[in-house]
Design a protein around this ligand. Structure first.
Ligand SMILES: [Zn+2]
Length: 270
């Protein structure tokens, strides 16, 4: 089987608690769970900016350098929600776009990605956001009417709990269950006054199961198609946006958005 196309982050679907991963390449939708235990080969064929279609080298987040610094889809408020200004009617790069994205319900959550963290996301992005970061447990704690207020809550909470995912830990630790309700109780006092009315009344722990049964002990290599123009290995699992190979190498698909690749699946199983 041979596929080719522009990489975008894997799309996901939860079947009860189980994650199904899909890769869309041109006209094919590949169900990646079915490739586990198969040998796959990815090769770099070029680039295509997700915003302007230019074939220049991708700079970051699927964008060429120009789009990364100019497109409203790559504004700084995306990574730093507390810089959001659409609720004040102030433009960063494109006010209409920013209003559409920022002035909608956002969720502040706690998640367990091997370590505990706080994060925020647009409400529509759940549970996708949790799956993409490789959280095997998550719990929404606040629902705010815009991105700015979620950012305010996150800034206050991240003084007491991390706001980062350690991807090596996420890929190599066993999935300990934590009582996220208890974690919330310990943080409750740090929630800023202005968002207290946004607390979710019934907080539910959401368990997520990834297709990743045999854990690797250590990440020996993290592939980058810019350097390793050919990647080959036996896929043993998928977690977050990572493909995990038998030889303890991994590849973050999301970091390769905008890369044009060929994907070859060898039919021999191991
Ligand atoms: Zn571009």
């Amino acid at each position: 089987m041979l596929y080719s196309g522009i990489l975008k982050k894997m799309s996901t679907r939860l079947n009860a608690t189980e994650v199904n991963y899909y890769l869309e390449l041109e006209n094919d939708l590949i169900h990646l769970n079915q490739l586990i235990h198969k040998k796959i080969r990815l090769e770099l064929q070029g680039y295509q900016c997700l915003n302007c279609d230019s074939d220049e080298t991708i700079f970051a987040q699927g964008f060429c350098k120009k789009c990364f610094f100019e497109s409203p889809k790559a504004g700084e408020w995306i990574m730093k929600p507390e810089l959001s200004k659409a609720h004040l009617g102030e433009e960063d790069r494109d006010l209409e776009f920013e209003k559409r994205m920022q002035l909608q319900p956002h969720i502040v959550y706690l998640s367990n990605t091997g370590t505990l963290k706080v994060g925020i996301t647009r409400k529509k992005q759940l549970p996708t956001r949790w799956i993409d970061q490789g959280a095997h447990q998550a719990m929404a704690i606040l629902e705010t009417p815009n991105r700015y207020l979620a950012g305010v809550a996150e800034v206050a909470l991240k003084k007491h709990i991390s706001d980062r995912t350690n991807w090596r830990t996420m890929l190599t630790t066993s999935e300990n269950k934590e009582d996220l309700g208890e974690v919330f109780n310990s943080l409750q006092g740090y929630i800023p006054e202005e968002v207290k009315k946004c607390l979710i009344s019934e907080m539910n722990n959401v368990p997520i199961d990834f297709p990743y049964a045999t854990k690797i002990e250590k990440v020996l290599k993290s592939y980058s198609l810019k350097k390793d123009t050919n990647i080959e290995g036996v896929l043993i699992g998928i977690k977050g946006q990572y493909l995990i190979f038998k030889d303890s190498a991994v590849m973050n698909i999301r970091n390769h958005e905008g890369f044009r690749v060929g994907l070859n699946v060898k039919t021999l199983s191991i």
